[in-house]
Design a binder for this molecule. Structure first.
Ligand code: SAH
Length: 239
């Protein structure tokens, strides 16, 4: 196998034949200069993977599936990160790193102290591209979801329906973030991380009222992007 891996929605698979869209076809023949007969990996973003032997190159490359298998690299818990809106490139950093770590879904949150606005259409597109590229690079079988922002109240309500909710609060000093072994395989988990200015007392109280566990990452105050990456890594370790 050439070691090259591409995200390819299932729509490009017909029987044992795969058609590559123009941008991937260009990458295959122009950038990577692969040849007929080379084998590449494709994943459909829904957990299925194929080894494909290249048969035609050019503006639209084609290949034949030589092997198919379910993705081995997805975590056995479904983690959603509800992230307070962040300024500059921090949201991009969080989505890239947490995709590598194994987060399955991202929801930006409009909270009291969030000064960054709702991502623009173009910034949203950029976030989707970052997540897709990080999924390819890290060998994941699924491209995580990036959804429209929610208010904190909306996020807490929907997260509580899905499963366990951990609200990371910098003023919490007693309850630690439960260890990764605490999360059952097959379960859903939501993490809430504040914006640069953090979460207020009333927001933590509303989280408790919504059934969230308010937890601490320790006695140091981490930047929001650090907290998101550290918390994701801690809960997903070994999953
Ligand atoms: N208001 C403070 C901290 C903001 S940190 C300041 O301005 O420096 C941003 C977010 O990271 C917090 O809302 C929280 O979700 C998370 N976080 C940072 N340190 C944490 C800790 N020790 N325990 C729990 N969450 C933490």
């Amino acid at each position: 196998v050439s070691g090259h891996r591409f995200f390819l929605p299932a729509v490009h698979v017909a029987g044992n034949r795969v058609s590559f869209p123009p941008h991937t076809s260009r990458q295959i023949s122009r950038v990577l200069r692969l040849k007929i007969g080379d084998v590449v990996e494709v994943f459909d973003g829904a957990g299925q993977e194929h080894c494909v032997r290249l048969e035609e190159l050019g503006r639209e490359a084609f290949g034949a599936i030589v092997r198919s298998f379910p993705s081995q690299s997805e975590p056995d818990i479904f983690v959603t990160l509800y992230q307070g809106l962040l300024k500059g490139k921090k949201l991009e950093l969080v989505l890239q790193k947490c995709t590598e770590i194994g987060v399955s879904r991202f929801v930006p949150v409009r909270s009291e102290r969030a000064v960054a606005g709702e991502p623009s259409e173009s910034r949203f597109e950029r976030l989707l591209e970052i997540v897709r590229e990080a999924a390819e690079q890290s060998g994941r079988g699924v491209v995580p979801l990036v959804e429209a922002s929610r208010s904190l109240a909306q996020g807490l309500a929907e997260a509580a329906v899905r499963g366990r909710v951990l609200f990371l609060w910098e003023e919490e000093s007693l309850a630690p973030l439960p260890a990764a072994s605490d999360y059952q395989a097959g379960s859903e988990l939501s993490l809430f991380v504040g914006p640069e200015g953090g979460f207020g007392e009333a927001e933590a109280a509303s989280a408790r009222a919504a059934g969230a566990e308010v937890v601490s990452l320790g006695r140091r105050i981490l930047r929001a992007e650090t907290a998101a990456i550290v918390a994701s890594a801690l809960v997903l370790q070994g999953h």
